[in-house]
Design a binder for this molecule. Structure first.
Ligand SMILES: *Cc1c(COP(=O)(O)O)cnc(C)c1O
Ligand code: SF4
Length: 344
């Protein structure tokens, strides 16, 4: 059912437009060439050569602000490892496939995916501000899956017709790549669907491109009748520098609930000290650790896999040293299950 609601979002002020231009400029200026990344970090050009030849179809993409948080001359830097294509990505590994979560089977109409009761994912775009090598959607056919303006319109009709759905999760790609005007329109349209109660946004942009968190963005989110939450994605405390902390403080002005999901990644954060530091830093910047995901077995990501046993050990160690609210739930997705599977 649709109800008419006054549009409370005013058009952006000139100052806000300048702020929005800044994140768009930073995105356009992101590094796409492995040779440039290696030059910026003072790494051996041979590393760049290997990266340039690897990761076919899923190119390097990383904003300069994220590169600035990497340690120069360290090929094992945990932020670098997340973005630098590796030769092994092209190896076929048993059990690792293009669509490990069977999301194609969970498609409804337009850009809508539903696997779990009461909640549906709305795919808005295939784009991201960073290409994470372990991403489970690295081969996802976004355009055919309705992650387009036309698919959005169809999805809104489907949502309006299904009163069992109470929460919409904006997903992607990265939903915050839509600009404030597009998002304001969407949030208004969603607010008119009376059976919706909650709006959740899954985005890595507050971490990798913190200038995206404009005051216009927080204003348009807080203007919604829906209970708004945001789930950010950081895997290591070094991702959460002062600029990110400031963005999360701005976000707190409009989004009362902020969570983090991380992926357990070999060589990046498969260590109790590193995970504890991540949790401590998240709490410090006003974000609750939510999920620690075991890697989804997507083709190309096998080099990041950490065993379930090791995951359990790590959570056990975190429980001994952190307050309960700072310990994430170790979880994994299994196609066909009614919810994510909690392992610890
Ligand atoms: C993770 C996920 C959700 C949200 O699950 P929560 O446990 O509510 O965070 C919803 N739909 C899909 C398809 C998901 O993968
Ligand atoms: S930001 Fe998220 S969706 Fe985009 S590549 Fe990284 S993990 Fe995948």
């Amino acid at each position: 059912m649709i109800m008419q609601m006054p549009v409370r979002n005013s058009p952006p002020s000139p100052a806000a437009s300048a702020a929005s231009a800044s994140w768009k400029r930073e995105l356009a200026d992101a590094v796409r060439d492995p040779a440039e990344l290696c030059r910026l970090l003072g790494l051996d050009p041979a590393v760049a050569g290997q990266a340039a030849a690897a990761g076919s179809g899923f190119p390097l993409l990383v904003p300069r602000g994220f590169i600035a948080r990497m340690k120069p001359r360290d090929p094992a830097d945990p932020l670098l490892l997340q973005v630098l294509p590796r030769v092994e990505e092209d190896d076929e590994v048993a059990g690792f496939s293009a669509d490990p979560l069977a999301e194609q089977q969970a498609r409804r109409a337009g850009g809508l995916i539903q696997k779990y009761a009461g909640r549906a994912l709305l795919l808005l775009t295939g784009g991201c501000a960073v290409n994470c090598r372990y991403c489970f959607r690295r081969e996802f056919p976004y355009t055919e899956s309705g992650a387009t303006p036309a698919g959005r319109a169809v999805a809104l009709e489907e949502l309006a017709a299904d009163s069992s759905i109470h929460e919409v999760i904006l997903s992607g790609g990265d939903p915050l790549l839509l600009d404030d005007l597009q998002l304001a329109r969407l949030v208004t349209d969603l607010g008119r669907i009376t059976h919706l109660r909650r709006l959740r946004i899954h985005s890595r942009l507050p971490v990798v491109l913190p200038s995206r968190v404009t005051t216009d963005l927080t204003a348009l989110l807080s203007a919604s009748r829906l209970a708004v939450s945001m789930v950010i994605h950081a895997n290591h405390a070094a991702e959460l520098d002062d600029a990110v902390a400031a963005a999360l403080a701005r976000l707190a002005g409009g989004v009362p609930l902020r969570f983090n999901q991380a992926v357990l990644l070999r060589g990046v954060n498969d260590d109790a000290d590193i995970l504890a530091a991540l949790s401590e830093r998240l709490i410090e910047v006003g974000v609750t650790p939510y999920y620690l995901h075991l890697l989804d077995p997507v083709r190309g990501a096998a080099g990041f896999a950490v065993s379930e046993t090791r995951g359990r050990e790590l959570i056990d160690q975190l429980r001994r040293r952190l307050p309960g609210y700072a310990v994430p739930r170790l979880a994994r997705e299994r196609p066909g299950e009614p919810a994510k599977v909690w392992i610890a």
